[in-house]
Design a protein around this ligand. Structure first.
Ligand code: DGJ
Length: 748
């Protein structure tokens, strides 16, 4: 009986297989594209790294290799992953739901006939030179449907960075639904995987954690959308085989450029192979792609380093600065005074002008008027009212913004101003006039967060409005050089009255596309205005936003001790040129910590230096100290902004020290920062082996921000580069919140 059944089953299976084969052959024959099944390798190379894809004899495009360059990769064509061969598909270059793939797919599509499967095959590939990058495009097509995928890899040789994205084209006669549409899919083969990622919350951004990946899926992701990256950041550093080290080890680092929900997915499968997918978060985000349309995913920025985290960070920083990952990094960042923590909503023209006088007196270069300058029927005197009504508050500033901006300019300062154009308070004229612009689902009550609602940027009218807010603000004075663009809530009760019922799940993508359209328009109209990306602090520290912004507001936490950790985390992925870093008052408004002014300056000077306090509350001595620090910073600024970062001591290593240095590209100058935030006992000193210098050059160390007398016995002396890097120096930092900054210069 059993044998009979087995025979019948086999027969049925065979018949089904034959029918399927015939029908597949028919459908394949009907395809306009011929699928090329010649085995080949596709090499995507930078100066020191190589990503290799391989096409097998089934025309599948598989992941081959990512690492140091190999002189003869041809054995990869033969190489089979025996571990996986039995289970079916080897790791695909871009994994799709369909065929024999059993892992989470980078691409999952419901085709127009309801088919849930896609099986991509190689069609062609080409490599071209474009703006200093080598661009490799791999064209793939589905076996059954007229449905195409293009994998695009831009290789930046000197930076050792590969920027990858995917283009998905629906050539079927009806819409398809994209369910997963990640930017990139990578594979790693190692025995152990150590994932370093960044998380936190308001005022605690970019906290670092390292975990060893175990079987299953670990996700680093966000569903908050606006200020999506406040908690988890769309970036990672993956260390292969051993925990992350600063100067050694194979490391893959990546960042997604997307101002919205994101997902980084790390899947260790049953055979210990790691798949990494980075892209738009597919949660509740099915995207209908009309016939004839192409969907382009955001960029994923990738680098490989065989010299640990330090090199990976420097690669990403170089890419960001050289390839406009950050907007116009060449523009010198002015030191500034921001009014927020010094005045909050309580100011008038006299208060602001006094702050400007003090800023000028201390040598700062810009004054930024933060929240609170607008709204008349609903004056913006707290976060409760006024958002959306971008008219100057006549009570506070009867002579308008130009009065303040011209005053700043007359004192030799630039002028900047705050806006939050994506948001509206229920208590505003805008909310009364345009309730249909508020994000919220079809008559459900929208929740407020910081007493505000979000405007629906999927709607072109709202896009015009948001552009108008920027444009009209700029027109308030010819002296506005800088805009701080804030965004202080995330998305809840998602829904758009502009999108039709069936497209609601496209909100997440369409909102960000709407935002980018506005950014594009602004950058066309105002190419030279500096813009800061702020979203309750670091809610937009990511390369999608930074492309349009000169800098980001790193965190609302301005406490120097917290900033050591936050900035250390941020430095792994984002360069100092993007990192707003301000000296504020004590006790700190967020943490209540009391730290010395020197410590606060020493920390803030490692990024884009500003102050955010009421200067009239500083003593004369503190003002004098600030004056000197600001003047010194201006001299050191090019090295800090454009130099190579070397992290010497991690604040996470429990010793209570942190230290890093920036070294100019020509290795003639450097700036060294060292902090102590734990009492070390009476005699201990902070031992630092410098890095990144030229071993054959001689360097002089000069302390900056000296308080009584220089702290280091070697002040003013010359040392060999090799001595500084091998023997190193000991700086007597032992007290809580003691710190030192050194200017290092080559001596002939
Ligand atoms: C949040 C920002 O992060 C702060 O710097 C400040 O601009 C406030 N918003 C103003 O409301």
């Amino acid at each position: 009986m059993y044998l009979e059944m087995k025979k019948i089953c086999l027969l049925l299976a065979f018949t089904a297989f034959s029918l399927a084969a015939v029908s597949a052959a028919k459908k394949q024959a009907a395809r306009p594209l011929d699928i090329d099944r010649t085995p080949r390798l596709i090499e995507i190379a930078t100066d020191n790294t190589e990503l290799i894809l391989k096409v097998n004899s089934d025309g599948e495009v598989l992941f081959g290799y990512y690492g140091r360059p190999v002189s003869d990769p041809s054995p990869l064509t033969e190489k089979k992953n025996y571990k996986r061969a039995d289970l079916g598909t080897e790791p695909q270059a871009y994994s799709v739901q369909g065929g024999r793939e059993v892992r989470e797919a980078a691409l999952a599509v419901t085709h127009s006939d309801g088919d849930l499967n896609t099986q991509l095959r190689y069609v062609s590939h080409k490599t071209e030179r474009k703006d200093g990058a080598t661009v490799t495009t791999v064209q793939l097509a589905d076996l059954k449907h007229p449905f195409d995928v293009r994998l695009v890899y831009e290789a930046y040789p000197a930076e050792d960075v590969i920027v990858a994205h995917t283009e998905i084209t629906n050539r079927e006669s009806d819409p398809v639904i994209l369910r997963n549409y990640y930017s990139v899919n990578l594979t790693a083969f190692a025995d152990r995987y150590f994932l370093n990622y960044f998380y936190g919350e308001w005022a605690k951004e970019m906290t670092m954690a390292e975990i060893e990946l175990t079987h299953g899926i670990k996700k680093v992701s966000s569903l908050k959308h606006v200020r999506a990256v406040h908690c988890e950041n769309p970036s990672f550093i993956l260390s292969l085989d051993a925990p992350l080290a600063e100067k050694s080890g194979d490391v893959i680092a990546g960042a997604l450029a997307w101002t919205g929900n994101f997902d980084l997915s790390f899947e260790v499968d049953d055979l210990d192979i790691l798949a990494v997918r980075a892209g738009i978060n597919p949660y509740s985000a099915e995207y209908p792609l009309a016939s004839g349309e192409t969907f382009s995913t955001p960029n994923a920025i990738l680098t490989f380093s065989s010299e640990g985290a330090g090199r990976a960070s420097r690669n990403l920083h170089d890419w960001a600065r050289n390839r406009n990952g950050v907007y116009k990094p060449e523009v010198v960042c002015p030191t500034l005074l921001n009014s927020w923590e010094g005045a909050y909503f309580k100011f008038d023209a006299a208060v602001l002008k006094k702050m400007i006088d003090d800023a000028a007196d201390m040598g700062l270069e810009m004054f930024v008027l933060d929240d609170g300058w607008f709204g008349n029927e609903f004056p913006r005197n707290s976060s409760k009212a006024g958002l959306g009504d971008w008219q100057v508050n006549e009570k506070k500033l009867p002579a308008g913004i130009d009065d303040i901006a011209s005053y700043a300019v007359s004192k030799g300062l630039k002028f900047g101003i705050w806006i939050e154009p994506e948001m509206v308070n229920p208590q505003s004229v805008l909310a009364r006039e345009h309730p249909e612009w508020v994000v919220g689902n079809n008559g459900r009550e929208q929740t407020t967060m910081r007493q505000q609602w979000l405007l629906d940027l999927t709607n072109p009218e709202v896009q015009d409005f948001v552009f108008g807010v920027f444009d009209n603000t700029m027109k308030l004075s010819p002296h506005i050089s800088y805009i701080k663009w804030d965004a202080n809530r995330h998305v809840e009760n998602v829904g758009s009255s502009y999108l039709d019922g069936r497209s609601q799940s496209a909100f997440w993508v369409k909102y960000t596309e709407g935002l980018y359209k506005v950014y594009e328009r602004i950058r066309k109209a105002y190419p030279d205005v500096m813009i800061q990306a702020c979203a309750s602090g670091g809610g937009r520290v990511e390369y999608g936003a930074l492309k349009y912004h000169d800098e980001a507001w790193t965190s609302d936490n301005t406490d120097a001790l917290s900033r050591i950790f936050i900035q250390y985390g941020m430095s792994h992925i984002y360069p100092a040129v993007a990192m707003g870093s301000h000296v504020s008052a004590v006790p700190n408004h967020q943490t209540a910590a009391v730290t010395p002014l020197k410590f606060r300056f020493d920390v803030a000077m490692s990024g884009r230096l500003g102050m955010e306090l009421q200067p009239k509350d500083l003593s004369d001595g503190e003002k004098e100290f600030s004056r000197r620090a600001i003047a010194d910073y201006k001299r050191l600024r090019p090295t800090i902004m454009y130099g190579d970062l070397y992290r010497l001591r991690s604040p996470y290593d429990a010793k209570g020290y942190a230290s890093s240095m920036y070294v100019s590209k020509d290795k003639k100058r450097a700036v060294l920062f060292a902090y102590c935030f734990k009492y070390q006992g009476g005699y201990r000193a902070c031992r630092l082996k410098l890095d990144g210098l030229d071993a054959s050059k001689r360097y002089r160390l000069k302390e900056i921000n000296v308080q009584n007398k220089p702290i280091f016995w070697g002040e003013g002396k010359a040392f060999g580069g090799d001595y500084l890097m091998n023997e190193g120096i000991e700086i007597p930092l032992k007290k809580l919140f003691s710190s030192a900054v050194f200017e290092i210069e080559e001596v002939k």
